[in-house]
Design a protein around this ligand. Structure first.
Ligand SMILES: C[S@@+](CC[C@H](N)C(=O)[O-])C[C@H]1O[C@@H](n2cnc3c(N)ncnc32)[C@H](O)[C@@H]1O
Length: 217
């Protein structure tokens, strides 16, 4: 990433921070504070595998990505956030009537905050109350059978990202074809072009600079 891109990203982070804090205050939760993974109970090379830091995903971006999902009846689908941090995407997804919402997070201290947030969340629009924060590595996580929306906001290194795509590819090849992948990056999804372009078994159903929605071809 160039210096200018990095500088613009830092400026945008500073602009978004008060919005994230206001969203937290409105909903009785805490998701906004940035946290180094090393300070959140993640050890050794897992810190680098997890891109080093927890940063809340901007609410406006999560809202746009969720709004681009092309599924008719969310009540038949499970939503899973791979790398769920303090649970912001889980909580925003809860305004849709998904069957279940799961968040998988390997930093124990972030998971503990997500558990508190899921219990404390207040929203007049909440339509799903089956919120399940799970402590663990996405590489060890087996998603439930049935229609599945997976969500990620640039959470891991390329090796981990390739591994999770591979699991979903096998699942779809085995006949579970109801899958949507929501992939977000607060700078641009093109940063993960290598891994995304290799998923020739998926096609975009919606695409913007900072998110893409993918479905099996
Ligand atoms: C961008 S942050 C989370 C954003 C979150 N989805 C949200 O809605 O605000 C990415 C998260 O992925 C987690 N993570 C990274 N690698 C992981 C792994 N292998 N297993 C589980 N969680 C992981 C990090 O600890 C971090 O909290």
């Amino acid at each position: 990433m160039g210096r200018l891109t990095w500088w613009m990203f830092r400026a945008r982070l500073a602009m978004e921070d008060p919005k994230s804090r206001a969203w937290d205050a409105r909903h009785g939760v805490e998701t906004a504070a940035e946290t180094a993974l090393g300070d959140a109970g993640v050890a050794g090379d897992a810190v680098a595998r997890g891109n080093g830091v927890y940063r809340v995903t901007w609410g406006g971006l999560i809202g746009k990505a969720l709004g681009a999902l092309d599924i008719a009846d969310p009540g038949l689908w499970t939503f899973v956030d791979y790398g769920s941090g303090k649970g912001k995407a889980m909580l925003m997804a809860a305004d849709y009537p998904f069957a279940r919402i799961v968040g998988v997070e390997f930093a124990p201290q972030l998971h503990a905050v997500a558990v508190r947030n899921c219990a404390a969340y207040r929203s007049p629009d909440q339509a799903c109350r089956a919120l399940e924060p799970v402590l663990g590595d996405v590489l060890d996580y087996e998603p439930p059978a049935g229609p599945l929306v997976v969500f990620m906001c640039n959470p891991f290194d390329e090796a981990t990202l390739s591994a999770v795509f591979d699991r979903w590819r096998v699942r779809v090849a085995g006949g579970q074809t109801d899958l949507r992948v929501l992939y977000l990056n607060m700078r641009e999804v093109a940063e993960s072009r290598g891994v995304l372009d290799a998923q020739t078994w998926l096609k975009p159903v919606a695409r913007a600079r900072q998110f893409v929605v993918l479905a099996p071809v």
